[in-house]
Design a binder for this molecule. Structure first.
Ligand SMILES: Nc1ncnc2c1ncn2[C@@H]1O[C@H](COP(=O)(O)OP(=O)(O)O)[C@@H](O)[C@H]1O
Ligand SMILES: O=P(O)(O)OC[C@H]1O[C@](O)(COP(=O)(O)O)[C@@H](O)[C@@H]1O
Ligand SMILES: [Mg+2]
Length: 320
């Protein structure tokens, strides 16, 4: 059975990554497996920034945002020679397998390492919820909570001033943070890569909300990377009865204490990852599907079609 494993966090950080590190470490140590923390993602793996983890060293982190191991992006990890250096660093320390907590990019690295003889298991840690094989990623619920708190506040001031608040949220081409927060906040309009963006049509809908529906405010939640929200806010002021104001929530969405749901999800996924490594399995990633923790081959996970968001979009439209 595997005797020594490593754990790392990679890509954009997400609240709940620490709870996952803690779960991996404690479940492994309680099963007689030594655990090493690999700092700064694949960068630390290549450079040998690797230290043993103890039960105490992962204490008092279950409630902390960010990642105690640090995270990084290392595009060079796509090169086989760079990964060979990482494998040498792991072998030097007797580390036979690694739990990779990150997003789709990190999964590609984990698969490539598995093919080089280091069994890797992926755990989905990203606020974007853009890993299609899992219903939810670790960090999404916390980021959603942050977005909802912010929009609730924006609604207060927008209402006082007869304004249209355009709120840009993260998601890296995945519209889930926008759609879920739009439903939770009772937004008037949600714009994502699924809905598309027809500027003139949105302006028309805003005029209707103002003139016909007599709304005192309008909240437009829009995914990042769709349009320049400050420019759009100016057009709202020029072309509708609302004055437009844009707010880009930005990296505030990535921080903060993880919600209980994210802590529990991280703990369940961490346990499953260690169990798979104990069975000598690699090249898989952990998912939650219909509240069951399951594993999926990374190769399959990366090409799976995304579950349609149409029912939730329809629900949103029926609530306006
Ligand atoms: N095709 C790939 N092969 C090997 N490693 C990769 C590949 N794609 C991404 N990575 C590694 O994973 C890291 C994180 O990926 P990135 O897409 O930035 O974040 P995320 O994992 O959150 O999606 C990259 O910086 C790189 O080190
Ligand atoms: O922190 P950076 O490098 O500005 O990246 C921002 C991107 O990272 C994210 O916050 C998280 O993305 P990943 O989990 O894929 O790294 C995206 O929502 C956003 O587009
Ligand atoms: Mg990603």
């Amino acid at each position: 059975m595997v005797k020594r494993i490593g754990v790392l966090t990679s890509g954009g950080d997400a609240p709940g990554m620490n709870a996952a590190i803690r779960a991996v470490t404690r479940v492994a140590l309680n099963s007689g497996i030594e655990v090493f923390g690999i700092y700064d993602g694949y960068k630390g793996m290549v450079e040998g920034y690797i230290e043993p983890l103890t039960k105490a060293s992962v204490g008092e982190i279950v409630d902390r945002g960010g990642t105690i191991l640090g995270s990084a992006r290392l595009p060079e990890f796509k090169d086989v020679e760079v990964r060979a250096k990482a494998v040498t660093q792991l072998k030097k320390r007797g580390i036979e397998a690694v739990v990779v907590i990150g997003g789709d990019g990190s999964y590609r690295g984990a698969l490539a390492l598995t093919e080089m003889g280091i069994n890797c298991i992926g755990i989905p840690g990203t606020i974007d919820n853009d890993i299609v094989c899992t219903d939810f990623t670790i960090g999404f619920d916390t980021a959603l909570t942050t977005v909802v708190e912010a929009i609730d506040k924006l609604r207060d001031t927008s209402n006082s001033h007869h304004r249209c608040s355009i709120v840009e949220v993260m998601g890296n081409r995945c519209g889930d943070l926008a759609l879920w927060s739009g439903i939770a906040c009772g937004a008037e309009i949600v714009i994502t890569s699924d809905t598309g963006f027809e500027e003139s049509e949105v302006l028309e809908r805003l005029r209707d909300l103002d003139l016909i529906k007599k709304k005192r405010h309008a909240i437009v939640v829009i995914s990042e990377k769709i349009t320049d929200v400050h420019q759009f806010a100016k057009k709202v002021s020029l072309n509708t009865g609302f004055s437009g104001r844009a707010t880009i929530l930005g990296h505030v969405q990535r921080g903060g204490a993880p919600t209980p749901s994210d802590r529990i999800l991280a703990s369940r996924m961490g346990e499953k990852a260690v169990d798979l490594l104990m069975q000598g399995i690699g090249g898989q990633c952990i998912s939650i599907r219909e509240n069951q923790i399951v594993s999926v081959p990374i190769e399959e996970a990366l090409v799976m079609p995304r579950t349609s968001r149409k029912p939730l979009q329809n629900l949103f439209e029926r609530l306006v």
